[in-house]
Design a protein around this ligand. Structure first.
Ligand code: PEP
Ligand code: MN
Length: 327
């Protein structure tokens, strides 16, 4: 925000008023525009209505830069998915296997998670694997297995689309379309997914800034997505002790300052099942709208991400504690 003072204004008096409103003056320019002093107010300052600033004695005009991502800025903290409000009063739980391995596997997991207060069944039909030699997902049949299992147990479906070619199939069967970390800035995919006019879970790329992430969300809304839920899944850190570094600063900033719904994925964030509970609690305390957690009946036999998957009894214990903490 740029606050231009009248030539007869007392800059110190105006500065005191701005500071009292919680605004931080980043720089002072003299002799520009109308000839008076201009204060440049830092973008990380407390949000204050420019009309209020314009009322200060000595202020001539206030200009606000054109927002870079107007639609996501306006979206608000709740996204409705088939009657469920993500960002509503209760945390949203999204649980399921890393990969949909068979119709029996997804049926058994759906039956197990449904009574635990879980709203979304997660699971990948199309898997973005770092190695071409690893399991790539069963594709279209897995989508159908997952949809059928979810419907039988009153769950909604969140699943990833990897390619523009699969958007129609995924949009038809999923309630919330997931864009994975590795595709956060695949702009052709973002445009195509936007045109499906559905809500989207946008995972943060491993080294994306918050601004990159918000602009990717803006792509989706600009092209027609009905809402965007952000998902913090850990960024690349320097320490190999954990798979990634869960950026709770970003969660707090997006939830409390930008007022957007953020889901935290501590499974990919840490890569360790023993850290799921503490990180999930911390995520909800930081303002997350919910958590996404991987679970498997037999993690030792999982076709992907076994080391971070919780067994059913472990998931139940985690969700019970999270539900109590959220009361
Ligand atoms: C996933 O959720 O299945 C996944 C692959 O996650 P990410 O894109 O965060 O790595
Ligand atoms: Mn996984």
């Amino acid at each position: 925000m740029i606050v231009s003072l009248r030539v007869d204004a007392d800059p110190q008096a105006v500065k005191r008023e701005l500071t009292a409103l919680g605004l931080w003056i980043a720089s002072v320019e003299r002799g520009l525009g109308s000839g008076g002093v201009q204060f440049v107010v830092a973008p990380h300052s407390t949000g204050v209505d420019p009309a209020q600033v314009a009322q200060i004695e000595g202020v001539g005009s206030v200009s606000v830069p054109v927002p870079e991502h107007p639609q996501i800025d306006q979206q608000g903290p709740q996204v409705m998915v088939k009657g469920h409000a993500i960002g509503g009063p209760r945390p949203t739980f999204m649980c399921g296997p890393c990969s949909v391995e068979s119709s029996e596997q997804i049926e058994s997991i759906a039956a197990r998670v449904a009574p635990l207060g879980v709203t979304f069944l997660r699971g990948g039909a199309f898997k973005p694997r770092s190695s071409p030699y690893n399991f790539q997902g069963h594709g279209d049949p897995a989508l159908t297995w997952m949809r059928e299992a979810a419907t039988r147990h009153g769950l909604r479906v969140v699943t990833e689309v990897l390619s523009e070619h699969d958007v129609s199939a995924v949009a038809e069967l999923a309630d919330l379309i997931q864009i994975g970390s590795r595709n956060m800035q695949n702009f052709a995919l973002l445009k195509r997914v936007g045109r499906a006019h559905k809500p989207v879970l946008l995972k943060r790329a491993m080294s994306a800034t918050i601004e990159d992430w918000l602009l990717a969300a803006e792509y989706l809304l600009h092209h027609g997505a009905s809402g965007v839920v952000l998902c913090e899944r850990g960024i690349r850190g320097f320490d190999p002790s954990t798979r990634n570094l869960v950026d709770l600063t970003a969660v707090a900033l997006l939830a409390h300052v930008h007022r957007l719904p953020v889901i935290v994925d501590p499974s990919h964030g840490t890569g360790r099942r023993d850290l799921i509970l503490p990180l999930s609690k911390a995520a909800l305390a930081a303002g997350a709208a919910g958590v996404m957690i991987e679970t498997h009946d037999d993690p030792g036999k999982a076709l992907s991400d076994g080391p971070q998957a919780l067994r059913g009894d472990e998931l139940q214990a985690v969700l019970t504690q999270l539900t109590e903490a959220a009361r």
